[in-house]
Design a protein around this ligand. Structure first.
Ligand SMILES: [Zn+2]
Length: 315
């Protein structure tokens, strides 16, 4: 067997077997996204038990934009692709990532992993870490694109001389009431800040957000997002070898915060928050007030849907 053929075995390393002998994938690169955020405290009222996994959050946000647009909440009753184009496309792409396969040993010409089982096992761990890292980076980048697009559309002509991430910060600073009643906004920001402050290259910038610049609420979150995105875009983040979980959680904690900021950017542009919108444009699932939907869509539906729910139309 030639070297290229042997390297295909790297893909097979992901296949394991269940107790009844059926083949199964040992992991998918997006597993950490589907587990974010998980807390091990075990308390039923823990806030992490109430929040949906990240990809569900993206789907709920995508659909909320579509239904609000369907009801003419953004002025013209049109197509969400026309009113929030970059947001819709990027959210769909972020939510669409099903799996990624990355193999860091591709650059290695020692071929150690092909002849030594310990080296092979080590390469396997690196492949898992790199695959999960690549998925997290891709998802983060798409959500960042959605956030920048949402900022430009929502801000209109406001703060137009600033770069987009600074515009967002300025906008949120000028409208501090936006986060009120947005469930778990503050804790999501604090988690992201805590995780980012553990990165030595970011500690000073993260500490300055509140201590030096006295930012709070959504403007502090916008600044944290800007700082983290620059850190990633400038190549400062190290590829995680053997420790993918911490690397993924920093991407996903900021991704969660960005999704909430996008909700705020949409929320400030809806015309009538008290007006009911259908929960789906395709299925009859009842209606909910537009403002309440945008403040709660990241929670499990059973926890908030009853609140002022408009029942589905009976046939
Ligand atoms: Zn907990």
């Amino acid at each position: 067997m030639d070297t290229d053929s042997l390297k295909i075995l790297g893909h097979l390393g992901r296949i394991g077997y269940s107790e009844d002998g059926k083949p199964r994938l040992k992991y998918r690169a997006i597993d950490p996204a589907d587990r974010y955020v998980h807390c091990s405290c075990g308390k039923p009222d823990c806030w992490t038990e109430q929040i949906v996994p990240l990809r569900e959050h993206m789907v709920a946000l995508f659909r909320a934009i579509v239904v609000c647009d369907f009801e003419g909440q953004f002025g013209i009753r049109g197509q969400a692709e026309e009113t929030w184009p970059g947001v819709i496309y990027a959210l769909q792409m972020a939510a669409s990532v099903e799996d990624v396969f990355a193999d860091p040993s591709h650059v290695d010409d020692s071929e150690a992993g092909l002849w030594c089982s310990a080296a092979w096992e080590h390469d396997e761990e690196d492949r898992e870490a790199a695959s999960k890292y690549a998925a997290a980076l891709i998802i983060f980048n798409f959500v960042w694109n959605a956030y920048e697009a949402a900022t430009e559309i929502s801000a209109g002509t406001l703060f137009s001389v600033d770069k987009v991430p600074v515009r967002a910060r300025q906008l949120f600073k000028a409208e501090p009431g936006l986060t009120s009643d947005v469930w778990a906004f503050d804790i999501s920001y604090r988690v992201a800040r805590h995780i980012c402050s553990k990165l030595p290259a970011l500690k000073e910038s993260v500490d300055s957000i509140e201590k030096k610049y006295c930012l709070s609420g959504a403007s502090a979150a916008a600044e944290l997002g800007r700082v983290f995105r620059n850190y990633i875009a400038h190549g400062a983040d190290k590829m995680p070898i053997g420790d993918s979980r911490a690397a993924c959680s920093r991407f996903y904690s900021v991704t969660r915060m960005l999704l909430l900021l996008i909700q705020l950017l949409i929320l400030r542009r809806i015309q009538d928050p008290a007006q009911p919108v259908p929960l789906s444009v395709n299925q009859d699932r009842g209606s909910q007030r537009a403002g309440l939907l945008l403040r709660n869509l990241h929670r499990h539906e059973a926890l908030w849907l009853e609140q002022g729910l408009m029942p589905a139309v009976e046939d």
